[in-house]
Design a binder for this molecule. Structure first.
Ligand code: HEC
Ligand code: HEC
Length: 465
């Protein structure tokens, strides 16, 4: 059954490849079009590819999605039963952390839904979401609940006796994310790459790798243009090929993936074209001006300067100095990084890959008001908590995902000393528990030495970036 499925997928991929090649041939053969193509055309084409082209194989059908509510726990199920189909869809979008698709609000930004109703995940699953009620492309999706979505899908498919997809099965072996808003994306990459050779051809008979599951908060895309190296430890040189691991599904052959350079050049142009969103609430301008001076004295050496003549130093801070959670740094071993370096992704060793980074790169802070929660693992809910290291909550959750805390700049949260007992998985994943391995909110103590007055001004300044 699954082999048949795979063969169908390959045929479809083959068909797509032919279609894409034909379109490209037409574009190349048309010199007028080629001459007028600009950077913004490239970016628009990249955005269109993410929104409308299924790079990942189809996962489930609309008819399955529309049935999910029937397997929801009470009282959710009864509420959904009474609701009109449109409200039911809103409930589902809220449960899974979807924002509306810009062209059709009945569809999610996070999935490509084909004309015949097949869903496949796109980059916006983790790199697009809403803040303060406004959907923003490139914003880390602080609401995504992939684990809950795939657990629901498995339950409904089993009831309907529909075979599970690769993603449904894979997510039983490698959890997709234990806390809402974060994902185990780096480990998917490690696990999937271990079954490929350096040309990306699938080698199914290899031994599974060793890895440590850990959840990450995706970084905002609008800062990629400032960076020369990607990821929190900056181990990868920035290039369009470096984006292709995100569509590494076993059903995408090496040849298919190597054939996507043109597409990913456009996706890359789109990511590089994004601008940070502006702070939408009032702030205290004179106080922010004072905060600028504090920032330039205490923070700029790592995070750079902002305004008319920005500067970004790309500074990597040794792990013992930064002191934030180190599981991410250790979980990508020298062997994993070397495997990447020697592969097609890094031009067989030509790109500058750091196989033993010593710590984390201080990220650019443009639009930082919007990209809560903070730090690479998403452990700190607001900028106020970044500035008050001794007052960071041990356990926090969002009673209302749509709410923004403009006083502390970040997620509106409640805190707890203990997670309530007897919760189901979907309920437990709402709580961020900083005591779990990989989820520590410690470190980055630099602001601790500042006076309360300096912190107040700094918080105002950070809102303006
Ligand atoms: C399941 C969630 C998920 C999906 C889907 C996803 N990403 Fe990411 N992405 C992440 C996470 C998490 C990181 C941070 C990894 C790290 O720093 O180690 C990241 C990092 C990145 C970065 C580096 C940004 C920086 O500033 O360092 C780029 C670029 C990127 N992703 C592009 C893509 C593209 C293109 C796609 C779709 C083809 C995609 N991602 C799909 C989770 C995801
Ligand atoms: C020695 C270098 C260094 C100094 C000084 C420093 N930072 Fe950082 N900062 C970092 C690094 C590295 C990270 C990433 C930590 C992580 O994600 O684990 C970071 C992360 C952050 C973040 C979270 C960004 C995000 O998107 O998650 C904020 C906000 C921040 N710093 C603000 C400040 C402010 C304000 C100051 C000055 C009081 C400051 N930093 C001083 C290195 C520094």
């Amino acid at each position: 059954m699954r082999q048949d499925d795979q063969r169908t997928m390959l045929t479809i991929d083959g068909f797509r490849l032919v279609a894409v090649t034909l379109i490209l041939a037409i574009c190349i053969a048309n010199p007028v079009r080629a001459q007028t193509a600009t950077a913004s055309d490239e970016a628009a084409a990249g955005r269109d590819l993410i929104l409308n082209h299924s790079f990942l194989p189809r996962d489930f059908h609309q008819s399955v999605f529309d049935e999910l509510w029937k397997d929801w726990p009470e009282p959710l199920r009864s509420e959904a039963e009474k609701a009109a189909p449109e409200e039911r869809r809103t409930m589902a979008f809220q449960r899974f952390g979807f924002a509306p698709h810009p062209d059709d609000p009945a569809k999610p930004l996070q999935y490509v839904v084909s004309e015949d109703g097949w869903w496949s995940m796109n980059c916006f699953a983790c790199h697009g979401g809403s803040v303060a009620g406004r959907p923003i492309e490139g914003l880390p999706n602080a609401q995504i609940a992939l684990e809950t979505l795939y657990a629901d899908i498995r339950r409904t498919k089993l009831r309907l006796q529909i075979p599970l997809s690769q993603m449904d099965i894979g997510s039983m072996a490698v959890p997709m994310g234990t806390t809402v808003g974060t994902s185990n994306a780096v480990v998917f990459g490690i696990a999937l790459m271990s079954f490929r050779d350096k040309d990306l051809n699938v080698q199914p008979l290899r031994l599974p790798p060793t890895y440590t599951n850990h959840d990450m908060d995706a970084p905002p895309w609008w800062n990629v243009s400032k960076r020369e190296r990607l990821y929190i430890d900056g181990f990868v040189e920035k290039s369009h090929r470096a984006l292709i691991p995100f569509v590494m599904d076993q059903r995408n052959s090496g040849e298919t993936m190597r054939g996507w350079e043109d597409e990913f050049e456009k996706v890359f142009a789109y990511i590089e074209s994004l601008e940070p969103p502006e702070y939408p609430f009032e702030f205290d301008q004179p106080l922010a001006e004072q905060g600028r001076a504090v920032f330039e004295a205490k923070c700029a050496e790592c995070h750079g300067t902002y305004g008319s003549q920005p500067d970004y130093p790309s500074r990597i801070v040794p792990i013992d100095d930064i002191g934030t959670d180190r599981v991410r740094l250790d979980s990508l071993t020298v062997d994993h990084r070397r495997g990447y370096h020697e592969s097609w992704y890094a031009r067989y060793g030509e790109d500058d890959t750091v196989i033993d980074p010593e710590g984390y790169q201080a990220p650019p802070l443009d639009g930082v008001w919007a990209s809560a929660p903070y730090f690479h693992n998403g452990s700190v809910p607001t900028l106020w908590h970044v500035l008050h290291p001794h007052e960071r909550p041990v356990i926090w959750y969002r009673p209302d995902n749509a709410k923004y805390d403009s006083r502390r700049a970040g997620l509106a949260i409640e805190t707890l000393d203990e997670i309530p007992e007897g919760l189901r998985g979907d309920q437990r994943r709402i709580y961020f528990d900083t005591r779990i391995a990989g989820k520590s909110a410690a470190g980055h103590d630099y602001p601790a030495k500042l006076s309360e007055k300096e912190k107040r001004s700094l918080l105002e300044y950070l809102k303006t970036l």
